[in-house]
Design a protein. Structure first.
Lengths: 157, 783
């Protein structure tokens, strides 16, 4: 165990200063120190993608990063996805197309889809499949997710 | 438009989409101690000594508890069965004396954080004397084999047979016998949320609360009360938002017993959140069976008889309450499938080895039985030169033959076996697909079509247990519906949702039956303190049994609400309709009372109620469908095999399913497609592998592969919707079916694609390596 270090990070537009052990995972820092439990831990080895957040605008696995690596960074988590108190078009589309069942992969899936649509606003079905294949969903068979991302892409263009 | 049958968007999505779900890992209580388990590195060993001194001295470590130290505070799990030929064994919450599989919990460390608890686990010294590892059922059954449970006296923990007619005689006189040995490897459910639990002991009231990522809070409450020596009403079990179940979370786990006992022992909340390694090491796994099966046919292609012997590797422990029999006995129970099988003998054995315990997984037994039977039917079709669809049509039970008692004693109350096959045939455009297949073959490509038809028993009532022989009742559920003075409705169930959308579907049932507005109905589930007694959600039972209880309670309330409204409006109840939250006089729409006004009268006392009526507006009703109801489907897969890379691509997948009356088509489709995706994983990717030393070789999601969006094609789902004649509401269960049909359909499609090479598929999953060997062997034989 080492002495705590200071981590300054902006999450969903709000500046936070926290103190934690250097070994603390970013996802645990978000969940335990900042109380943002919407980011989920599914595998802790960077495969399942449930913990995906946007790190300086890019999708990143918060379970294989340390909190100290986020010092000075801007993060977006699921709690920051709504806009002006309204669901983001992706959130709306997931609801409309039954893109979630148990909801555990959903935060990581939504942020991965957001990253995809920011870099490719008009993806083909194959590109959506490729893009969201970064996150495992065990419930939906991905059908509703693909349809939702297609619908959201149209709306966001 | 009626609410039952409407594609209502889900109520639960609002919170889940905003990251406001509350899973066990998200819950915090003041002064919580976090647990890390020291787990056995060996598959089979005696525990010689445990030295926790260095761990205890670490700052922020509160306690290190061994199995012997925990024993006075919690009894071992013991899963009983009524089955003759079953040997009950014990599963201690922490190992005592010896460990029986790699990953078994040996010491519980309690600390201020999980990080510190894991530090402490690292410095605990355990000395083990390793024992010979029982690695396979064959080794376990050999003379002089090491015993996994000395007290059982044998590694064969159970055996059972189903017999109808004379299968041996049928084999002798048959025109054709197709037979083979089938092997279905070990499988993991891989819920995205790992198992987790949090226990709180209230010393003042002597009450224990357990929050657990479980499918079965009611079942846990009663079992834990027994193991912890607490009256049931001092225990509350809550399943909050749960991140997937698939059967894996339907057993009582040692960790749940341990955290409860530790919370009581320390007086502090105790929390354990499993990680993926622990999940793959210790959550119940599935299948791991070898089946020798023979199908006898007459010259006209009708089935003469079926004979099978199934041996299951049940791992180290018999899980509570389902026992080690749940998988293999279901296999031999369901092997005859939706077919007319006049003579049948199925024998099954469950054999203990030094692996993680085997338990129920989506479809239980039926993914395996369907794979075996459908493979044999296809093989018979090839041998007889009959189209596989045609051969099935000659053998599927027709509606006029139902209800039908299956050779293992199950009752098919109804079914659309023939219709689902014919419809699948039509939706696929079978003739066109066969023509395309011929063209592909001419061009040197290997394209195949595979069909699988199955029937499953859902909404099983009290006639039999959901797990054959298990010593608990799984046939009933209750619903309590309460209209409060504000006119809003709360419906509570002993069911526990982990993705199925009960908060939406059960609200649809309640709103429609009661005549309330959908938005006025709130569904509560997964909390034993808030619901009538029930067990939980598993075995495709919730829509059938919970929905039935909802109908009964809603109807009782509606009768009372109408009687009150009739009294207040001075009309007869028969002149009133109750819909959309208003009781209205027929033909006089301005004469009406809202449900809120009726409720206020109901709670307002005698002056506003009909003479002698009891105040209040709530009802509790229970439902028992007794036998349960048959759900069926036909799956068709079109695949292409790349003979160079041995990769299999699923080009098309058609499901024609009949789950009876549909409550919400959006959710039925989601269940069917999601289950097919798991079936695709089972057919092509997913395999738990143990080494000869009992070490798990697939301990990460890099090694255990679940399908991503890139491996699952668009899946076409057609609903037949033939209501069950035997259940209230006409509902049949639908949660498991996709996983039952898909592996068989894909395996048959691969065999069909490779028919020019004479390749048969007898082993799942069909990994590229297995396919490479099969193709290489076939080509060698050709030369």
């Amino acid at each position: 165990m080492s002495d705590p270090v200071t981590v300054r990070v902006t999450v969903n537009g709000v500046a936070h200063t926290g103190r934690c052990e250097p070994r603390k995972l970013l996802v645990d820092f978000l969940r335990e120190d900042l109380g943002l439990t919407g980011t989920h831990v599914g595998c802790e080895h960077g495969v399942c993608g449930a913990c995906t957040i946007l790190f300086n605008g890019e999708a990143a696995r918060s379970c294989i990063m340390l909190a100290v690596q986020a010092d000075g960074a801007e993060l977006l988590t699921i709690e920051g996805l709504m806009q002006d108190g309204r669901l983001h078009p992706l959130q709306e589309a997931f609801r409309e197309h039954h893109g979630l069942q148990c909801g555990f992969c959903t935060p990581g899936m939504l942020l991965t889809a957001l990253d995809l649509l920011r870099t490719n606003p008009s993806p083909t079905e194959d590109e959506i499949r490729e893009g969201v294949s970064a996150v495992l969903c065990r419930c939906t068979g991905y059908h509703g997710i693909i349809k939702a991302v297609e619908a959201a892409a149209q709306k966001m263009r | 438009m009626t609410l039952i049958g409407a594609p209502v968007r889900r109520v639960e999505d609002g919170r889940l989409l905003r990251g406001q779900g509350r899973y066990v890992g998200d819950l915090t209580l003041p002064r919580t101690l976090h647990v890390a388990f020291l787990r056995s590195p060996y598959a089979h060993a005696r525990i010689v000594s445990i030295d926790s001194r260095r761990a205890r001295e670490l700052p922020d470590v509160s306690a290190c508890v061994t199995g012997d130290e925990l024993a006075p505070h919690a009894r071992p799990l013991r899963s009983e069965s009524r089955m003759t030929g079953y040997r009950a064994t014990e599963f201690p919450p922490l190992a005592r004396g010896k460990v029986r599989f790699a990953g078994e919990a040996v010491v519980a460390v309690l600390a201020e954080s999980r990080y510190v608890a894991e530090d402490a686990v690292e410095v605990i010294q355990v000395r083990y004397d390793t024992l010979p590892v029982v690695a396979t059922p064959e080794a376990a059954m050999a003379a002089g084999a090491e015993l996994v449970h000395d007290a059982a006296g044998s590694n064969v923990l159970l055996s059972r047979a189903f017999v109808q007619g004379d299968a041996d005689a049928a084999m002798k006189t048959a025109a054709l016998i197709v037979a083979d040995r089938f092997r279905v490897h070990r499988h993991a459910g891989v819920t995205l949320e790992n198992r987790a639990c949090l226990a709180h002991w209230n010393a003042g009231t002597a009450e224990l609360t357990l929050w657990s990522s479980t499918q079965v809070p009611g079942l846990l409450r009663e079992a834990l009360a027994d193991l912890l020596d607490l009256p049931v009403h001092r225990l509350r079990v809550v399943a909050p938002d749960v991140g997937g179940g698939f059967g894996v979370k339907s057993a009582l786990y040692p960790e749940e017993v341990a955290v409860c006992a530790l919370a009581r022992l320390t007086g502090r909340p105790v929390k354990w959140v499993g990680d993926r390694r622990e999940d793959l090491l210790t959550s119940t796994q599935a299948w791991d069976e070898t089946i020798d099966a023979e199908l006898a046919l007459n010259a006209d292609g009708t089935i003469a008889g079926l004979r099978a012997r199934a041996v299951a590797d049940v791992g180290a422990y018999s899980i509570y309450p389902w026992t080690a029999s749940i998988e293999v006995i279901q296999v031999i129970s369901f092997l005859p499938g939706p077919y007319r099988v006049p003579h049948y003998r199925g024998e099954g054995w469950g054999v203990a080895t030094n692996k993680a315990p085997m338990g129920p997984y989506r479809g239980v037994g039926r993914p395996v039985s369907t794979f075996v039977t459908e493979a044999l039917v296809d093989r018979a079709a090839r041998r007889l030169g009959i189209d596989p669809v045609e051969l099935r049509l000659r053998n599927l039970l027709r509606p006029d033959e139902l209800p039908y008692r299956s050779p293992s004693g199950l009752v098919w109350d109804s079914g659309s076996f023939v219709e689902s096959l014919e419809r699948a045939h039509e939706v696929l455009d079978y003739a066109r697909v066969r023509a395309e297949q011929r063209r592909a073959r001419d061009a040197g490509r290997y394209v195949g079509v595979g069909v699988a038809s199955y029937v499953e028993l859902t909404g099983v009532g009290s006639a039999i247990s959901a797990s054959p022989g298990a010593a608990i009742n799984t046939g009933t559920e209750g619903a309590t519906i309460r209209v409060d003075p504000g006119g809003t409705v709360t419906a509570s169930f002993g069911l526990a949702c982990h993705g199925q959308g009960h908060e939406t579907t059960l609200a649809q049932v309640v709103a429609e039956e009661l005549g309330a507005r959908l938005e006025a109905v709130r569904v509560i589930h997964g909390d034993t303190a808030a619901s009538p007694s029930g067990t939980g959600t598993y075995a495709s039972r919730s829509a059938v049994i919970g929905g039935g209880a909802a109908i009964l309670a809603a109807r009782a309330l509606k009768t009372k609400a109408l009687a009150i409204a009739a009294h207040l409006l001075e009309v007869s109840a028969g002149d009133l309709t109750l819909a959309d939250g208003r009781a209205t006089v027929r033909g006089a729409p301005d004469r009406a009372l809202t449900l809120r006004a009726i409720a206020q009268a109901a709670y307002g006392g005698a002056k506003r109620l009909p003479n002698g009526m009891e105040p209040g507006l709530e009802a509790t009703r229970f439902y028992d469908p007794y036998f349960g109801t048959a759900s069926n489907a036909t799956h068709v897969a079109v695949v292409e095999v790349d003979p160079e890379t041995c990769a299999v691509t699923v080009r098309r997948f058609v499901v024609v399913e009949d789950c009876g009356r549909i409550i919400n088509p959006l959710i039925v489709e989601g269940q069917a497609i999601g289950a097919v995706a798991q079936g695709i994983g089972a057919a092509l990717l997913e395999e738990i592998v143990y080494g000869e030393d009992g070490q798990l070789l697939t301990g990460s999601l890099m090694d255990y592969l679940v399908p991503t969006a890139a491996e699952v094609p668009a899946i076409e789902v057609v609903h037949l919707e033939r209501p069950s004649p035997t259940t209230l509401g006409g509902f049949k269960g639908v949660g498991e079916g996709g996983t039952i049909g898909a592996p068989a359909a894909i395996a048959n499609a691969i065999a069909d694609a490779l028919a020019p090479l004479g390749v048969e598929i007898t082993e799942l999953p069909v990994t590229p390596e297995r396919l490479f060997r099969l193709i290489a062997r076939a080509r060698q034989t050709e030369r």
